[in-house]
Design a protein around this ligand. Structure first.
Ligand SMILES: NC(=O)c1ccc[n+]([C@@H]2O[C@H](COP(=O)([O-])OP(=O)(O)OC[C@H]3O[C@@H](n4cnc5c(N)ncnc54)[C@H](O)[C@@H]3O)[C@@H](O)[C@H]2O)c1
Length: 261
């Protein structure tokens, strides 16, 4: 599905899933503003993706700062004439259980993985309403639907992202703005490479992660980006409030069922 004439803003756009989502939308003809705290990575990403299309910009900012969100939206409007698509992808992985999670980690996780997406949506939606049309794609996680051990704040934030998706979808449907959510399984990004590097036996963890997914491997960022671009497009015109797993089958098997080779 094509995105010619559409303008998109992607948070967490400098790396991983955000970068791949922006690249996919650029390939389909959209203009894309990449938004991230990491200016250096943004500059690299912009230089690399210009080979796909020149219709891109970037803004170094924090999704938790409303002024940054408003400035990035203004940039999209000034540079490309409006805003049709917001991909809420920025996020952090944190660890801890009910006893070991500090208030600082809880607050940081909720601020970035949840509140920041509401604030960015609050900045972006008025521009979509001006056009009478828009699409928001929220990136949750398989951990928005199920839990592992020792990731309490992360899992809570990702479950809440589904609530944020559904409530915004219901509120905005009659005004032409669709809101959907993608729940990826494990995807090979800098976030996951960092997680793997922290393990005492990184190759063993990588093997476990690959085998956890019925398709026998973790995902590529591009495999998430394609689904994001589809949800952003008119091809998904009858989808809103949908929670789409893109997880290589991770959440499908009945726990404890024998593995087929
Ligand atoms: N990689 C996975 O296996 C996986 C699986 C499920 C869900 N996710 C989710 O997908 C999203 C992207 O993950 P990724 O693996 O590409 O991560 P990543 O760390 O590779 O990229 C995330 C980007 O977000 C940016 N960022 C962090 N905090 C920010 C803030 N406050 N404001 C603006 N930008 C900020 C980072 O600088 C980074 O460039 C996250 O929400 C993550 O929770 C990832």
């Amino acid at each position: 599905m094509e995105l010619h004439g559409s303008v998109a803003l992607v948070t967490g756009g400098a790396k991983g899933i955000g970068k791949a989502s922006g690249a996919s939308m650029l390939r389909k003809g959209a203009s894309v503003v990449f938004f991230d705290t990491d200016r250096e990575a943004l500059e690299k990403t912009a230089a690399e993706l210009k080979s796909i299309s020149e219709k891109l910009g970037y803004y170094a900012g924090d999704i938790c700062r409303p002024d940054d969100g408003r400035a990035a939206v203004k940039m999209a409007v000034d540079q490309f004439g409006g805003l049709d698509i917001l991909v809420n992808c920025a996020g952090i992985q944190t660890w801890g259980d009910v006893l070991t999670t500090s208030e600082e980690v809880w607050d940081r996780t909720m601020n970035i993985n949840l509140k920041g997406h509401w604030l960015m949506s609050k900045s972006a939606v008025p521009e979509m309403l001006k056009r009478g049309k828009g699409s928001i794609v929220n990136i949750s996680s398989a951990q928005g639907l199920a839990s592992q051990t020792n990731v309490m704040a992360y899992v809570t934030s990702k479950h809440a992202m589904i609530g944020l998706t559904r409530s915004m979808a219901v509120d905005l449907a009659s005004r032409g703005v669709r809101v959907n959510c993608v729940c990826p399984g494990t995807v090979d990004t800098p976030m996951i490479r960092h997680t793997i590097s922290l393990d005492p036996d990184p190759p063993k963890l990588e093997d476990i992660l690959n085998k956890m997914h019925p398709l026998g491997r973790i995902g590529k960022p591009e495999e998430i980006g394609e689904v994001v671009a589809f949800l952003a497009s008119d091809g998904a015109s009858f989808m809103t409030g949908s929670i789409v797993t893109v997880d290589g089958g991770l959440l499908v098997p009945i726990a404890g069922s024998p593995k087929q080779d």
